[in-house]
Design a protein around this ligand. Sequence first.
Ligand SMILES: [Zn+2]
Length: 243
Amino acid sequence: MNAAEAAAANAADSPENGTAEASATEAIYLSLLSAIMEHRLLAGTKLVEERLCEVTGASRARIRQVFARLAHEKLVTLVPNRGAFIASPTVEEAHQVFQTRQVIEPELAATLARHATPAKVRSLQRHVQEEDAARARGDRAAVIRLSGEFHILLAEMAGNAILEKVIREMVSLTCLIITLYDRPGAPACPEHEHRELIAAIEKRDEGAARAVMREHLEHIEGSLDLTVTEVGAPDFYSIFNKG
Ligand SMILES: [Zn+2]
């Protein structure tokens, strides 16, 4: 059980006041988000409302609230009369996600290089050590999640809450895109590149930080097979589940 799941379990037992309800909803949201980030929930998977009610002890209304939030973030697709499915971003959407990241993240890296402090650098280094540990014990799910969270941490540290929110959404979408279009054996984020980025930030070298981030995003996109010409992955649920 991870932290978010523990929080969900606790929150489900809490008295039904407004705050407890809000934190229970948040905890269920975070559990689903981390499952997406760790590829434990794959694109196209149906999210069965009754099953989630059972497991979390939450009401249908609360589960629907969580679905609505995930749908707003484009991580879940709501299909009338059929339910909620983990989204399957199309090739076109995948290109748009990387284009968005290319516009924002090199600038965030440069901003961070400009305002680097030893404390921020240490906290980035600690994060990369966690990535290494997960890689060493062969925990691919954790490597994928931690790789994404490194980018969220950078955005957080750069100190623009609006851009941070965009990056959070883009990183989650990238996780789904990786499950759909990954070439076999391709890593989530190429090893060592996060360290190169930290080195540039530590040196307060804005130009290098911007360039390393730009290349890093190119490498992630390059590890995907986005050459397919059909629009999106096949939606087997709509093919086999009529209603
Ligand atoms: Zn990365």
